[in-house]
Design a protein around this ligand. Structure first.
Ligand code: ATP
Length: 265
């Protein structure tokens, strides 16, 4: 990797007033993200919790430099996702439920290929892959072709791919969708382990148990906005509700009722 890259001391994600509108052929303008603001810090897992269509993937794809925002700012480690996308990509690893592997590459070749794209090579790269394969328990599948991998194996390969350049910020977008309990548990264990290494993690999900088990803070998102944000204890105290699932339903119900009232007025 380029050693001249400025490396701020603390990995951090800052999102301020982020807006994303899509031009939808059938629905016209769709405001998928509507003034979103949050921060995520090093050594912490921030949960982004929201129902289908809340705007989680859109927001995270902006952070991953895959989409341009309509308005607002998203910074990764101080670098602007829109203006400095190349630098942001070096700071970030993005894992979703449907990251593809290549049918004709083995797990090892796949991760090596992405390592090379990040400018790694030689012994440094093979040692790094070896360490990652140890941690992710991928040694038995190192020669398995993408076409022969199970869903859980594909997800492990995708995680190794996202970690190969050792980025300080990791984004998991509904990364356990479609995995069986064992494979999902392996992903959650990896996320915990990455926190111990001081990484800044954003973990989007609609599964409450994953949030309760993993996250240091949580932002509840609906209709492109954040309805509530804080630690689970802070949210429980503020809304007088200890059950996260109930709290989630309550927040969504209240927001929908307020939106309906505004429409009726
Ligand atoms: N390319 C697109 N064109 C038009 N509308 C889109 C596009 N992508 C997403 N949307 C819309 O934006 C809104 C937010 O979608 P998004 O996928 O970001 O939400 P999400 O919280 O990730 O949902 P899910 O959990 O279902 O993945 C939805 O109304 C969706 O239909």
């Amino acid at each position: 990797m380029d050693d001249d890259t400025p490396q701020p001391a603390t990995a951090k994600v800052v999102v301020r007033g982020l807006v994303k509108e899509y031009d939808d052929f059938q629905r016209g303008k769709v405001r998928a993200v509507d003034g979103l603001s949050f921060e995520a810090h090093a050594g912490e897992i921030m949960g982004l919790l929201g129902p289908n269509g809340a705007g989680k993937t859109t927001a995270l794809r902006i952070l991953a430099t895959l989409l341009h925002p309509t308005d607002g700012v998203a910074l990764v480690n101080g670098f602007d996702c829109q203006q400095q996308s190349e630098l942001v990509r070096r700071q970030i690893g993005f894992i979703s439920a449907n990251t593809a592997v290549y049918d004709r590459m083995t797990a090892w070749e796949f991760v090596e290929y992405f390592g090379k794209l990040h400018g790694l090579g030689g012994v440094e790269l093979s040692e790094r892959i070896d360490t990652l394969f140890d941690h992710l328990e991928m040694q038995p599948m190192r020669d398995t072709l993408g076409a022969k991998m199970s869903t859980g194996m594909k997800q492990r390969a995708s995680i190794a791919r996202a970690l190969i350049h050792d980025p300080p910020v990791l984004i998991f977008d509904e990364a356990t969708n479609g995995l069986d309990v064992l494979a999902a548990r392996a992903v959650l264990d990896t996320v915990s382990h990455l926190r111990e290494q001081g990484k800044c993690l954003i973990f989007s999900t609609h599964i409450m148990r994953e949030v309760e088990r993993l996250c240091d803070s949580v932002a509840v998102m609906h209709r492109g906005r954040i309805l509530a944000q804080g630690t689970i204890e802070e949210l429980s105290d503020l809304h007088h509700q200890n059950d996260l699932e109930e709290l989630f339903f309550q927040l969504i119900r209240d927001a929908d009722a307020a939106a309906q009232e505004a429409l009726d007025a």
